[in-house]
Design a protein. Structure first.
Length: 222
């Protein structure tokens, strides 16, 4: 019997544990936007968005909380927090390109064993929009990918070499999926954690490159 995969919220919760206190963090569209819901207690994280928002709170949930003037780059409604700041997108991108974003959490279509990132275009559908992903891949100090381990057709998204158009080369440092946590190292992908009920063999079966096993390999804690 195959163990269940983590849901999107659980992936976001695990990623949130990687964010250092006081970090400036950009969250990409999709699973990454959920990370702002799960900041570990006792930590301060300042979220930044390409449309010109700095220091926002969790996503707004209730209708009475929705404010058309408080949205992130993906168009989702945000909750205000003290010290929230607004500016134009040129300043937001200057912050990214100037190396002032500590961590960017991005979704991905593919991640290679060397940390190459492809997340902006599906060639078979002929659609894509690179948006701010290229700037974040080049400008953020650390890139964490949050994604499902396989695509809707069951094909591995962790691959030996990306076949989709690249967003950035060797830019990803950590991958958190619905079954595993993988660290990109000079020797290859290091399997650090597996989802509850998953074995290393089961993770390897749906991963294209050969995985290295961490000496302290453990089950994910959420």
């Amino acid at each position: 019997m195959i163990a269940p995969r983590l849901d999107r919220e659980a992936i976001a919760m695990r990623v949130a544990r990687e964010l250092p206190d006081g970090a400036y963090v950009n969250l990409g569209i999709g699973i990454p936007t959920l990370v702002s819901q799960f900041v570990p207690e006792g930590r301060t994280v300042v979220y930044q968005a390409e449309n010109g928002v700095l220091n926002y709170g969790p996503l707004a949930q209730r209708e009475e909380e929705l404010d058309v003037d408080l949205i992130n780059a993906g168009g989702q409604f945000l909750l205000p927090v003290p010290g929230m700041a607004f500016f134009d997108s040129a300043q937001a991108f200057a912050m990214i390109r100037g190396g002032h974003v500590d961590v960017a959490v991005l979704g991905a279509l593919q991640v290679s064993q060397t940390g190459d990132l492809a997340n902006w275009m599906l060639p078979e559908r002929g659609i894509g929009n690179i948006g701010g992903a290229m700037d974040l891949a080049a400008g953020a100090r650390r890139i964490i990918v949050a994604m499902e381990h396989t695509d809707p057709h069951g094909r591995p998204k962790v691959v030996r070499e990306c076949t989709y158009p690249l967003t950035g080369r060797a830019c990803v440092s950590l991958v958190v999926t619905d079954v595993a946590v993988l660290e990109v190292t000079p020797r290859g992908l290091l399997l650090k954690e597996v989802a509850p009920g998953w074995t290393t063999e089961a993770v390897q079966k749906i991963t294209e490159p050969r995985l290295l096993l961490a000496p302290d390999l453990k089950e994910m804690e959420l």
